[in-house]
Design a protein around this ligand. Structure first.
Ligand SMILES: *Cc1c(COP(=O)(O)O)cnc(C)c1O
Length: 429
């Protein structure tokens, strides 16, 4: 297998684009090797610029839940394009989209469309601050909410802390307003709420974390967050950019039976187009301009082509609830097979799974927060990743990601994955 064309493109790209990529994880820095430049994809397979084909487990980081170039989505986009790409004026598609979202996620009574997950989370915390007239937010170590300044904050020392900037360019002032607790640690949350009484506008959480690898909420963590927020008049934000329309039609909140005040969405909601959304209780959403005083706008927001893709995706999912049984079953088969392979080689690595989100952590210890995820052998993961790529399996290039399963992955593809997994484990152990 040669990747000459990808290598040359990467060299060229680095001359004109910082690091050669438009989003850092694509550069394969965490796993070593050169990134693949992608030419096309169809169904469960993706093809690079050298004509190599790989079985797809990134799926654009989630949106391609129906596999690539699905005719229903592609057809809707083609039809929309003929009527012009953008108006910057209201359209019937936006109404349709909002109706669809609110019908699928009952906690969302009103919704505002934006252009990325980052925009959704940034806007959601501004709204929570405006609504509560408080400044601070609590986030959890290892949860990713996009690249907004307020979220690029690392935990300080100690369990529950005031954060410190983890990117140059984020001001110390911003960091002071972001408090950090370990995921699944309700006592740490209680400590922060006690220490900063009446100062906390919002708690934002990935209800099932996908950005430290897949980590599930444990011991009624989400229910307890709901309770604390109710007691203290804090806005509870579920960042469902990854879990929304993946863990069920109604996202993680449906699966776990907990209603947030605001939900942020992205990824699947755009069917592959750049789309995000935030929505929730009407009383809170009516604080957003022009209904209310909290400013938020977007020249391309609710873009007709993006809405066409999103509507096609959501209508498909709504009309085919069996999608969720299918992808959950597929992922369960992956889990069972991976455990069998691990056992055969007497390896005891940790597998976390929730529905169609699954991660293999190269550690023998359980993983229920970032600190524990961080015990994984990332060097070993890098070798696993590169060897899997050689076997034709395209995984997210980081230990701290989940596999993204699409409906295009059937029994044959599961077998192919598990065979590669076995070959690679034997080689790298
Ligand atoms: C991907 C992701 C985001 C960021 O979305 P972008 O569209 O990349 O800005 C935010 N939150 C979660 C949970 C995500 O998985």
């Amino acid at each position: 297998m040669t990747i000459e064309n990808s290598r040359n493109l990467y060299k060229e790209a680095k001359k004109y684009i910082p690091g050669g990529v438009n989003s850092p994880v694509r550069a394969f820095k965490a796993v070593g090797g050169d990134p693949l430049f992608i030419k096309r994809a169809k169904g469960a397979y993706i093809e690079d610029e050298d004509g190599n084909q790989y079985l797809e487990f990134i799926n654009s980081w989630g949106p391609m839940i129906l596999g690539h170039a699905h005719p229903v989505i592609a057809g809707a986009v083609e039809k929309a394009i003929a009527d012009s790409l953008s108006f910057g004026a209201p359209t019937s598609r936006e109404v349709h989209m909002a109706e669809l979202i609110t019908s699928m996620i009952p906690s969302v009574e009103k919704v505002r469309m934006v252009n990325s997950g980052t925009e959704a989370t940034m806007s959601a915390i501004r709204l929570a601050r405006g609504y509560t007239a408080r400044d601070k937010i609590i986030k959890f170590d290892g949860c990713y909410h996009g690249h907004g300044d307020s979220f690029l904050i690392a935990a300080g020392s100690g369990a529950a802390t005031m954060g410190v900037p983890n990117s140059p360019g984020v001001t110390r002032g911003t960091a002071l307003d972001t408090l950090i607790a370990p995921f699944n640690d309700i006592e740490a949350v209680k400590d922060l709420v006690r220490d900063y009484a009446e100062e906390i506008a919002a708690i934002i959480v990935e209800p099932v974390a996908g950005n430290m690898g897949c980590v599930l909420p444990e011991n009624d963590f989400l229910q307890d967050l709901r309770e604390i927020c109710d007691q203290e008049n804090i806005v509870l934000i579920f960042d469902e950019v990854m879990t929304g329309f993946r863990l069920s039609e109604g996202g993680a909140q449906e699966r776990f039976g907990v209603r947030p005040d605001i939900t942020t969405l992205g990824k699947i909601i755009g069917g592959g187009m750049p789309v995000g959304a935030y929505g929730g209780k009407a009383e809170i959403m009516d604080f957003v301009s022009p209904a209310g005083p909290v400013y938020q706008a977007g020249t391309l927001s609710g873009n007709p082509v993006a809405m066409a893709a999103g509507i096609a995706m959501l209508e498909y999912l709504k009309g085919h609830p069996e999608v969720y049984q299918q992808i959950d079953k597929t992922t369960e088969k992956l889990e069972t097979g991976m455990r069998r392979n691990l056992k055969e080689f007497e390896l005891n690595y940790t597998i976390n799974r929730c529905g169609s989100m699954i991660s293999l952590f190269f550690t023998d210890l359980p993983v229920s927060n970032m600190e524990q995820a961080g015990r994984s052998d990332t060097e070993l993961f890098g070798r696993y990743f590169r060897a899997m790529l050689d076997e034709g399996i395209y995984l997210a290039p980081s230990q701290f990601e989940a596999l993204f399963i699409s409906t295009s992955i059937g029994d044959e593809e599961v077998e192919k994955f598990l065979q590669a997994h076995k070959t690679v484990l034997e080689r790298i152990r």
